[in-house]
Design a protein around this ligand. Structure first.
Ligand SMILES: [Zn+2]
Length: 76
């Protein structure tokens, strides 16, 4: 007989450890999921860079909309 046969994993002991996505260090609660403000900035910078990036290589025809005279027929 084995009285001390408890094979239930102590869930409370499992700490959800967040790792910094930038350097992989344990995250700091203040700046999680990053380990430091610096890494947060780095990640933010990456994000902004990708946002600025236009997925399409086609150049938007912004200039075409400047010389249009579409305001003429706007009678209310
Ligand atoms: Zn980090």
């Amino acid at each position: 007989m084995t009285p001390a046969d408890r094979s239930s994993p102590p869930l409370r002991a499992v700490r959800i450890e967040t790792k910094c996505p930038v350097c992989g260090k344990p995250a700091d609660l203040k700046v999680r999921p990053f380990c430091s403000k610096r890494c947060a900035d780095i990640d933010l910078g990456r994000w902004l860079k990708e946002s600025y990036r236009v997925p399409t290589e086609e150049t938007p025809d912004d200039e075409a909309g400047e010389g249009s005279d579409g305001r003429s027929g706007h009678g209310l």
